[in-house]
Structure formats: structure tokens, C-alpha cells
Design a protein around this ligand. Structure first.
Ligand code: MV4
Length: 453
């Protein structure tokens, strides 16, 4: 096991990783920017190092600063958390060349699954179902038009380096395809410095279902069930749950086995997520691999009882998986609300500032992962997550009721939060029935004329 690790992140995930380390008996080194000098996670770490200015590019994204901190603190490994450098293959490569462990997959694997067109090719070669589309990247609009004719409209154009919905466009006919392809390429070039695009048939009203996997260095790969993340707005997840209300036990096994096949085909090691779209006829299609721990890993922890951060650290230190597939039992139902300092009544405008009061809920079946406290000032420089509120109950209906109770208990004063919206969603008939899809929030907002506040 590692003796000491550095956490190249901030906020709730830095705290989450420190908690896992303390239970494992691993020492922690936390880094922070000038904007985070009063953060709670710094009091929980064994050592802290300031790595630069408030701007992420000059601190949490600054590879030389982080590597210097790791060298000075003499750590065995770095945990990147999520966001920032978590899926940066170059960073993983620099760690390797400095003989610092990287708690995540190998740089080559991060690079290959990070190219979504290449990930699609790996999936196809492994007979993992993909959305009908181009065999690989498309070079120009002549080739795109020819392929689109075969695939059939509507067509979705996607950036190979894409993420968060950037560089993604829908086209319903050939003239539109040519325009949208140029728009997608320009957006991708500006956002990722790479204008490679590929095509997929547009799936109407999909659900977003993702499978958590764990893979060790000896070729053992298991899955830990799925998370349904269909409650999103503009690619920001608002509510996640496990299991998905859309799956039968038989379909769950098939989806899990498919995710394991994909992870093996990609030579994936450590914790990862295999994302699928589920259509209205319950056909599933691979779309992406996320080569990191995700924000919503916690819902899987609740239903499996597995501490995913501890497992990530064990795997990266060279230990084999401690579980076989048959050891993983899904128990009950977990729901997570991501509580953001954003005002849903004002088009989700970020609402940083001081938390004049912060009293998290508790009681049976409730977990709160938050780095906040009364008097804490949420800096405007980073994402606006206040914390994650989770519930774990025997059934989905009970979990919804517990979540409503916990949301009512939660006291957050001084900043606006997403709590009022999450309460409304949990009471909405489409969510309660479990029949919702990824268009749920946007359709609901447009029917209320609220999309522009
Ligand atoms: C799609 C799709 C429909 N058809 N691909 C959005 C982000 C990226 N992860 C994939 N996304 C989508 N890909 C095809 N072929 C619809 C979406 C999509 C979506 C997916 C998951 C969760 C929310 C979404 C919201 C809008 C669109």
C-alpha cells in the first residue's frame, strides 16, 4: 500500500479522498489555490501546499506546480479526483516519468478512450453495441453526406474530443448536415483544439445509464451495477440513482457484462464508467468511457457497500481486486441530489458567496458529502457544487420520500441553491413513475416558459 498520496483536487472530492486515505492508513497531502486557503479539506489533510492563484490554469490545472508539490512532499502517488487533470493523458504520463503513481488508468488508455471515435472503434471490434453511425472519424462533408444517407436521418454529429455536450449537433437532412458539421468542427476546434468528428444516428428521448466498473492489474474486471443519470439540464446532472428504474434484472446483467467486455477490450485498469444510451424499446448503445471516478460514484457505494475510492487506491498500489462478480450484491435504492449554488429561477445563474447558515440533514438513510460549513465562502472561480445529498432506502418510493424529507431539513442560507427545483422534480409524476428520459427537464422548463428565467 502507498505510504502517502497527494490529492490534486479541491472541495468535496478532496475531502472524500482524505476520508478514504485515513481509513486505509495512508497519509494525505492536500494542495490548494489562494482562493481555497480557508477550505475545510485543508484541516483534514496531514500536510497542505499552496500551488498557485485562484484561476484553475494557475493552480489545479498547472502540472509543474502539482508535480513540484508531489516531489517536495515525497508522495508515492497522486489522486486526481474528477475534473481538472483527471482525464489528462499527458499528466498521467508526466506522473509516470517522475515515478509517481497515478491513481487511474494508464496514459495510453486515458488517451484511447478519451478519443470518442476511437472508443467507438474499440467497442465495435469487441461486439459491444454502438449507435449505428460512421465506422470511425469522418474526414469531410462529402463523406458525411454519403454515410448519413446509409445511416438515415436525423444524424448526430459528435466531436471525438467532446464532452459536456460541446461539439455536438443534430441534422435532419443533407443541407443541414453540411452546416451543422462545420458548426460542430468549429466548436470542437475552439474548445479542444481538435476538429475530428464522427456520426451517429440520433436516438430520440434516450435514458442515460452508466455502469460502474473496477479492474485490477491482473485482468480481473467486475461491474457494480448501473446509475441512471437521465435527470440533467444542459448536460449538468441534477439527480442520479441506482438501480435504474428502466432495467429488469436480466437487462442489468446484460448491460453489466457488456461494460466489462468494453473495459477489457480497452485494457482498462482502476475504477471507470461505461456510458450507454437506452432507447424507448430498451435497446442499449455504448457511447463513452469515463476514465475517472465520477461525482455520482456515491450512489453505487450506497447500493453495493463498496468504498470506490479505497478500491481505486488499492488497485493503483498493485493489489488485486478483493471482490468477484458474485460478491457484488445490489441492495435497496439510492438517490443523489447534486446541490449547486445556482439559482434555478434565474436560468441557473451561479450564486457564489458566503454560506451564512449551513445545516445538513441527517437521520436514517441519509449521507451528505460536502466540504461546506456555516460561514464558508464559496469562491466564484470553480464549479458551484455545495455538496451531494444521498439517501439509501429499501425501495425507490421510500428513497424519494426520504430525499424529500432530507431536502426539507437542509438549511442553506446566503446563496441560492438547486434544492427548490430538486424538490419539484421528486414530486413530478414523470420522475415518480420512473419513465422519464434525458429530455425531461428541458421539456418541463419550456412548457413552463422558464428556460430564460
Ligand atoms: C446522443 C444522443 C442521442 N443520440 N447520441 C450527450 C452528451 C454525450 N455524453 C452524449 N449525449 C447524447 N448523445 C445519439 N446518437 C443524446 C445525447 C444527449 C444526452 C445524453 C445523455 C444524457 C443527457 C443528454 C441530453 C441531451 C442529449
Amino acid at each position: 500500500m502507498f505510504r502517502r498520496i497527494l490529492i490534486a483536487n479541491r472541495g468535496e472530492i478532496a475531502q472524500r479522498i482524505i476520508r478514504a486515505c485515513r481509513e486505509l492508513g495512508v497519509e494525505t497531502v492536500a494542495v490548494y489555490s489562494e482562493a481555497d486557503a480557508d477550505a475545510l479539506y485543508l484541516r483534514q489533510a496531514d500536510e497542505t501546499i499552496c500551488i498557485g492563484k485562484a484561476a484553475s490554469a494557475e493552480s489545479y490545472l498547472d502540472i509543474p506546480s502539482i508535480i513540484s508539490a508531489a516531489e517536495i512532499a515525497d508522495v508515492d502517488a497522486i489522486h486526481p479526483g474528477y475534473g481538472f487533470l483527471a482525464e489528462n493523458a499527458h499528466f498521467a504520463e508526466v506522473c509516470k516519468s517522475c515515478q509517481i503513481g497515478f491513481i487511474g488508468p494508464d496514459p495510453e488508455v486515458i488517451a484511447s478512450v478519451g478519443d470518442k471515435s476511437r472508443a467507438r472503434e474499440i467497442a465495435m471490434a469487441a461486439k459491444v453495441p454502438v449507435v449505428p453511425g460512421s465506422p470511425g472519424a469522418v474526414k469531410d462533408d462529402v463523406e458525411a453526406a454519403r454515410l448519413a444517407q446509409e445511416i438515415g436521418y436525423p444524424i448526430m454529429i459528435k466531436a471525438a474530443s467532446g464532452g459536456g455536450g460541446k461539439g455536438m449537433r443534430v441534422a435532419s437532412n443533407e443541407p443541414s448536415l453540411k452546416n451543422q458539421m462545420r458548426a460542430a468542427q468549429n466548436e470542437a476546434k475552439a474548445a479542444f483544439g481538435d476538429d475530428t468528428v464522427y456520426l451517429e444516428k440520433f436516438v430520440e428521448r434516450p435514458r442515460h445509464v452508466e455502469v460502474q466498473i473496477l479492474a485490477d492489474n491482473e485482468g480481473n474486471v467486475i461491474h457494480l451495477g448501473e446509475r441512471d443519470c437521465s435527470v440533467q439540464r444542459r448536460h449538468q446532472k441534477l439527480i442520479e440513482e441506482s438501480p435504474s428504474a428502466a432495467l429488469t434484472p436480466k437487462l442489468r446483467d446484460k448491460l453489466g457484462a457488456t461494460a466489462v467486455r468494453m473495459a477489457k477490450a480497452a485494457n482498462y485498469v482502476n475504477a471507470g464508467t461505461v456510458e450507454f444510451l437506452l432507447d424507448k424499446d430498451n435497446n442499449f448503445y455504448f457511447i463513452e468511457v469515463n476514465a475517472r471516478i465520477q461525482v455520482e460514484h456515491t450512489v453505487t457505494e450506497m447500493v453495493t457497500g463498496v468504498d470506490l475510492i479505497q478500491e481505486q487506491i488499492r488497485i493503483a498500489s498493485g493489489q488485486p481486486l478483493r471482490f468477484k462478480q458474485k460478491d457484488i450484491q445490489l441492495r435497496g435504492h439510492a438517490i443523489e441530489c447534486r446541490i449547486n449554488a445556482e439559482d434555478p429561477a434565474r436560468n441557473f445563474q451561479p450564486s457564489p458567496g458566503t454560506l451564512t447558515a449551513f445545516v445538513p440533514p441527517g437521520g436514517p438513510g441519509v449521507r451528505v458529502d460536502s466540504h461546506c460549513y456555516s460561514g464558508y465562502r464559496i469562491p466564484p472561480n470553480y464549479d458551484s457544487m455545495i455538496g451531494k445529498l444521498l439517501v439509501h432506502r429499501n425501495t425507490r418510493d421510500e428513497a424519494i420520500r426520504t430525499m424529500l424529507r432530507a431536502l426539507d431539513e437542509f438549511v442553506i442560507e446566503g446563496v441560492a441553491s438547486t434544492i427548490p427545483l430538486q424538490r419539484e422534480i421528486l414530486k413530478h409524476a414523470d420522475f415518480k413513475s420512473g419513465g422519464h428520459d434525458t429530455g425531461f427537464i428541458e421539456r418541463w422548463f419550456s412548457s413552463h416558459g422558464r428556460e430564460n428565467g
